[in-house]
Design a protein around this ligand. Structure first.
Ligand code: UD1
Ligand code: UDP
Length: 371
């Protein structure tokens, strides 16, 4: 059995690791060591995902919590290093682009443990995004890179990574979506909240560039107020965003608007149900661009760039500047049925983690050719 340390730290990680944990366990070839850094720790940002996604209780919790980038990254490194020394995993698997990902990668690399990055090669080419730095650093020291869309492979080759370390396996986020789609539909969350199919807007926002700059958050909130004149708006608020919105006058106006439903972060199944039945999703999330594409649902990503270009080229995602008029117009287009139809990208078929398990088990046996 291959002892695989699987690292989960923040909300999007849980969804990706759930697919990998399940596929590794089902293959009978891996013994998983599930490590939760606790970068995200609130019940609604963490526990609920483990429960709903059928994951076992983590073997270890690192208690990292919130902090500046340096604090959080350093804490993951100092907490995870003794774990790796004690448990001696055969391989470390990191996903995505959060601080827990890069911190774990640096630690594993320096202990000479084979390092695997799932969702490698994505690039926004915007180094003001902390995630872009995390992606570049993680890929630069990974032994094996599994990519979710063709652009990932192109970027890694352009950066000089050898062909044999890059494998296009598809999207593990979509594995979880497909596995839990019918359970999500069964929650009937939209109906419970009094929302009609295709007649409401679902909103998320948490990028520092959007929510940490009061002028930008104000423009976004203005757009939401105007969208609410067209149809109900439901906005599950990320903890980073909650305090920022509460300090702005426009936050009160959102709270008081009869057609705006503000709520804390909601569970994976309920959120997916809301996505499946929405008229339009407006977001700055990475994962939601992919999920909306897989669900063929109209999505506006309020960002100047995306590291997930297949969602725009093939999917239902549209990039949009932070411009209230453009967002309101998108609302009108989506409600009138005038949105592009999109198609599901190659290998977003629910089997990406299975392909990773098969490839990784072969690659690690009899021993990896890592440097
Ligand atoms: C992190 C990731 C981001 C990802 C997002 C997913 C980094 C650099 N950023 O951003 O890439 O898109 O997660 O949601 O890794 N907080 C709580 N409870 C929690 C967690 C956080 O209240 O359980 C609050 C704290 O005030 C914290 C703030 O949210 O300071 C931000 O949390 P943090 O993990 O630093 O970054 P995110 O914005 O969540
Ligand atoms: N999500 C959720 N509840 C919410 C908001 C989001 O379950 O209230 C899910 C959603 O499926 C999304 C995932 O959490 O794909 C990760 O989202 P987030 O936007 O936090 O992270 P990112 O993908 O931008 O890194």
């Amino acid at each position: 059995m291959i002892k695989a340390a699987l690292i989960a730290g923040a909300r999007p990680n849980f969804i990706k690791i759930a697919a990998i944990e399940h596929a590794f366990r089902s293959s009978g070839k891996f013994k998983n060591l599930l490590i939760h850094t606790e970068q995200h720790y609130d019940a609604r940002m963490s526990d609920i995902f483990f429960r709903q996604l059928g994951m076992p209780e983590p073997d270890l919790y690192l208690g990292v919590g919130s902090g500046s980038h340096a604090e959080q990254t350093a804490r993951v490194m100092t907490e995870i290093e003794p774990v790796f020394i004690d448990h001696k995993p055969d391989v470390v698997v990191v996903v995505g682009d959060v601080n827990s990902t890069v911190a774990t990668a640096l630690t594993a690399r320096k202990l000479h443990i084979p390092l695997v990055h799932v969702e490698a090669g994505l690039r926004s080419f915007d180094r003001t995004m902390p995630e872009e730095v995390n992606r570049i650093v993680t890929d630069s020291i990974s032994d094996m890179m599994y990519v979710s869309e063709p652009s990932g492979r192109t970027h890694l080759l352009a950066e000089g990574h050898p062909e044999e370390r890059i494998v296009f396996t598809g999207n593990v986020m979509i594995d979880s979506l497909r596995r839990f789609q019918s359970k999500a539909a069964a929650t009937a969350e939209h109906t419970k909240r009094g929302l009609n199919e295709n007649e409401y807007f679902l909103i998320t926002a948490h990028r520092p560039a959007m929510v940490d700059v009061p002028e930008n958050l104000t423009i976004f909130a203005t757009a939401l107020l105007r969208l609410a004149d067209q149809a109900p708006v439901i906005f599950p608020i990320h903890p980073r965003t909650a305090s920022k919105l509460a300090s702005l006058d426009i936050g009160k106006r959102l709270e008081n608007h009869a057609n705006v439903h503000l709520t804390g972060p909601i569970g994976y199944l309920e959120f997916m149900c809301l996505m499946m039945h929405s008229g339009l999703i407006v977001t700055d999330s990475g994962g939601i661009q992919e999920e909306s594409t897989a669900l063929l649902k109209p999505c506006v990503t309020v960002r100047p760039n995306t590291e997930r270009p297949v969602t725009v080229k093939e999917g239902t995602n549209e990039l949009m500047d932070l411009d209230a008029a453009a967002i309101i117009d998108a609302g009108r287009r989506a409600l009138s049925g005038g949105w592009k139809k999109g198609r599901v990208p190659e290998l977003w078929d629910g089997k990406a983690a299975e392909r990773i398990a098969t490839h990784l088990a072969d690659w690690l046996s009899p021993g990896p050719a890592n440097s």
